[in-house]
Design a protein around this ligand. Structure first.
Ligand code: NAD
Ligand code: MG
Length: 384
């Protein structure tokens, strides 16, 4: 029996790489569901090639176009966020790859978890926004959450066979992004085109900007806290510009385990989809002659204020990571439209964290409201 896969966010960077994995491993995976937001042409092309049973376009204005193209192939076409949630809550698939970007991925990911399914999680924002609710629902519903984020996949792999052993800390590696070593006087003038040039990874625009500002690593600290049940002080960040060591776990005896590989998301995607098995592939391997030195340096929390702000939000807890995430989504969008400077992004996020009231134990409704409030506040601060 092949594993039936649903790819949420199939037109994105993770989604398209997941389709490559499924194509390479067509003897074990069968594509059941494809979803995209608005890129109807690519979604149609993907559906024609992979012939899933179900396709969802969340932008309802594109429904007719997608339906006309795919219904002759007996592919069921749906539209809107409601359909994303309904299908995530159905039994048509075995594993759902959550690869929608941002807060928009929360509702469908939660629906899959509520449904007791296995979720291969790329959408880190889900855990940043509502990690407490999501992880307790995973336990309650017997769902499985398998990390796709390369750092978290590394930690997950390091922890295999260590169930009864205590972790001292986890060390998340960061490439440092395109502005590694730069200081405030340089960052003040950087523009979108430069920030989008990541040295090691090719990713969607939002996470690429997050990587340049180190917000990505901040979000990943919060993601790690919830995925692995860690205390704040057990989570460390270290800069490793070659992106070969994907992260490490240090145990109570001082032993450090690391997982390594080339910076290629197809490996953690394949690992999560095929888990618990390892499947042979022909992807490029690390050749140490090309990496004569692997280097590590401390992260610059002072220059890259987003990293410090994310850590602060993690420590404060409650609704603060949700506030941080929402404000960040707004400022990244504005930066990508050349509406604000690189460093101004941190000013707006900091103001949102200061101004929005703290809620220690938010409900899902509180998170929804808080997300909207922080977005509105960030938007109003940018306009000024
Ligand atoms: P992307 O922008 O390339 O793709 C996003 C996908 O989400 C697209 O298919 C788009 O159609 C869909 N989408 C966007 N807005 C939506 C909405 N409102 N409703 C429904 N669907 C929507 O992003 P990406 O780089 O593939 O990243 C996806 C997620 O994976 C992010 O959470 C990111 O942090 C995480 N991630 C990505 C990488 C990477 O290498 N790209 C690595 C680790 C984690
Ligand atoms: Mg990552």
């Amino acid at each position: 029996m092949k594993k039936r896969v649903a790819i949420y966010g199939s037109t994105g960077s993770i989604g398209t790489q997941a389709l490559e994995v499924i194509k390479e491993q067509s003897d074990i995976f069968q594509l059941e569901v494809l979803t995209a937001h608005s890129n109807a042409d690519l979604l149609i092309a993907q559906a024609k090639e992979f012939k899933p049973n179900i396709v969802v376009i969340s932008d309802e204005t594109k429904y007719q176009k997608v339906n006309e193209a795919l219904s002759p192939l007996h592919i069921k076409v749906y539209a809107g966020e409601k359909s994303l949630v309904e299908i995530a809550g159905s039994d048509t698939y075995d594993v759902l790859l959550a690869a929608i970007v941002g807060f928009a991925g929360l509702s469908s990911t939660m629906a899959a978890i509520e449904n007791g399914k296995t979720v291969a999680l790329a959408n880190k924002e889900t855990l940043v926004v509502a990690g407490d609710l999501v992880t307790s629902m995973v336990a309650q519903k017997g769902a499985k959450l398998l990390p796709v984020d390369s750092e978290h996949s590394a930690i997950f792999q390091c922890l295999l066979g260590e169930q009864n052993n205590q972790i001292e800390k986890v060390i998340l590696t960061a490439s440092g992004g395109p502005f590694l070593g730069k200081k405030t006087n340089f960052l003040i003038n950087v523009k979108k085109d430069h920030a989008l040039q990541h040295p090691n990874w090719s990713m969607g625009e939002k996470i690429t900007i997050d990587s340049a500002s180190l917000m990505n690593k901040g979000l990943e600290m919060i993601e790690a806290k919830w995925l692995f049940g860690l205390r704040n002080e057990q989570i460390e960040v270290i800069v490793h510009p070659q992106s070969i060591v994907h992260s490490m776990v240090q145990f109570v005896d001082g032993s450090l385990k690391a997982q390594m590989g080339l910076p290629d998301m197809k490996l953690p995607i394949q690992y999560a989809l095929a888990y618990p098995g390892r499947v042979p592939n022909t992807h490029k391997r690390v050749e140490f002659k090309n990496y004569p030195s692997l280097t590590f340096e401390v992260a610059d929390f002072k220059t890259f204020r987003n990293l410090a702000l994310a850590k602060e939000a993690m420590i404060k807890g409650g609704n603060m990571p949700c506030v941080l995430n929402a404000a960040n989504e707004i400022v990244v969008e504005a930066f990508l439209k050349n509406k604000m400077g690189f460093l101004e992004m941190s000013d707006v996020i900091e103001a949102c964290l200061e101004k929005i009231s703290f809620i220690a134990k938010p409900s899902l409704h509180d998170y929804m409201e808080c997300n909207t409030e922080s977005r509105n506040l960030a938007t109003s601060l940018i306009k000024k």
